[in-house]
Design a protein around this ligand. Structure first.
Ligand SMILES: [Zn+2]
Ligand SMILES: [Zn+2]
Length: 175
């Protein structure tokens, strides 16, 4: 699919047109063209190092979503994208580089147009990497917090004063 068609799909999900989304579209386009197909389950995992608009393009186009657990965010503030294919064990890393579109003189619209007319290779440094994906999303039991009674994933319970409590109650109790 052309970048412009992918962009339309991403905009329907994201809500507006912006350069960040166009960057994510190009990352997703590269993935689709290199054996990472849309992922209804957890076949593809995306690991990202930022939480800006670009991530919505991955969710809309690749099906790597926060809710399914096949979108992992590291808060490093870097425009880096890792894709892992659990079926083929292929892995790739895309790192945004400084290029024409980062010119501050360009308007938002000009940036979007420039990006959509670029190839992923124009804006990213791209590396084949070792296949070492994050583990599959875990399904675990939820138990009531002993303080507020709300259901809480058992691995997130904190023990304090002989009570098992959720993180919000733990923070309140400790002041
Ligand atoms: Zn946006
Ligand atoms: Zn609680």
């Amino acid at each position: 699919m052309e970048a412009k068609e992918l962009m339309e799909k991403a905009v329907r999900f994201h809500g507006h047109i912006c350069p960040g989304l166009a960057i994510g579209v190009l990352a997703a386009k590269y993935a689709l063209e290199h054996e990472f197909e849309h992922s209804p389950n957890e076949e593809i995992v995306a690991v990202v190092e930022n939480d800006n608009c670009s991530i919505d393009a991955l969710q809309a186009i690749l099906g790597t979503t926060y809710g399914k657990g096949n979108l992992i965010h590291h808060d490093y503030g870097k425009m880096n994208y890792y894709f892992y294919n659990r079926r083929t064990e292929k892995a790739v890393r895309l790192a945004l580089k400084k290029s024409e579109f980062s010119n501050k003189m360009l308007s938002k619209d000009e940036k979007v147009q420039l990006l959509l007319n670029s190839k992923p290779e124009d804006i990213f440094n791209i590396y084949d990497i070792e296949y070492n994906p994050p583990g599959l999303a875990q399904i675990e039991e939820s138990v009531p917090c002993e303080i507020c009674g709300e259901l809480t994933m058992s691995s997130r319970l904190m023990t304090y004063n002989d009570s098992e409590m959720c993180i919000s109650c733990y923070k309140k109790t400790r002041g």
